[in-house]
Design a protein around this ligand. Structure first.
Ligand SMILES: [Zn+2]
Length: 212
């Protein structure tokens, strides 16, 4: 299973689009930038360049997962009067467009939502909202980009769940392959070694006699 790197490169603190706060996030909102071919880094540079009325926490393209506002802080990524999303959720933007490898960007996007669900113990069915669901009159993202590449929102949620399963499976596997050895004696005579081995076996332990 692929592991991706999360890069933290935060906006200056004096910007309106980084209002601060210290919360435990309650859910995540899936967006796309609506600005074809703008990369994660270009979005960082733009959002860091002047005072703006909106922002998001994370931008993901085919090269990186870029966190520009710490996840425990607020960001203005959904219209305020419609929901509590700015207060409690994490806004994640998918970068797309002809010059961005959609498959690579989508894999990182799915992986990051799986990572959020694992980190905050969320259920992908209930804790990931599309921006279009929160603001149906004005917004269609991330469906704009999804539909250009034959992705659907329910399919995306399934992909996140599959990714979570892979991550859990991998952890269980690596646990079960670990062996811890306990040595309980070293003897110059084989006979003494076998005596102790017998004692240990009788006590219910699995015993190996090794020769150095
Ligand atoms: Zn949006």
């Amino acid at each position: 299973m692929k592991q991706y790197t999360i890069t933290n490169q935060y906006l200056q603190k004096n910007l309106k689009q980084r209002p601060g706060g210290n919360r435990v996030p309650r859910y995540a909102v899936a967006h796309d930038t609506g600005n074809p071919d703008s990369t994660a880094m270009q979005n960082f540079l733009y959002f860091n360049s002047k005072q703006l009325a909106s922002s998001a926490h994370v931008f993901i393209d085919d090269k990186q997962i870029l966190v520009i506002i710490p996840l425990h802080e607020k960001a203005w990524h959904v219209r305020s009067n419609l929901s509590d999303a700015n207060e409690w959720s994490i806004g994640v933007e998918l970068c797309y467009g002809p010059s961005i490898d959609f498959q690579e960007a989508y894999l990182r996007y799915v992986w990051f939502f799986a990572y959020l669900c694992k980190t905050y113990k969320w259920d992908a069915n209930h804790h990931i909202k599309g921006h279009f669901q929160l603001d149906p009159k004005r917004r269609t993202d991330p469906l704009n980009s999804f539909h250009q590449y034959d992705k659907t929102f329910p399919g995306f949620i399934e992909d996140v769940k599959r990714e979570m399963k892979k991550q859990f499976l991998k952890r269980e596997k690596s646990e079960s392959h670990k062996h811890h050895k306990v040595q309980i004696g070293a003897f110059s005579s084989r006979e003494n070694a076998e005596k102790l081995a017998l004692k240990a076996k009788t006590a219910g332990f699995e015993v190996f006699i090794e020769h150095d």
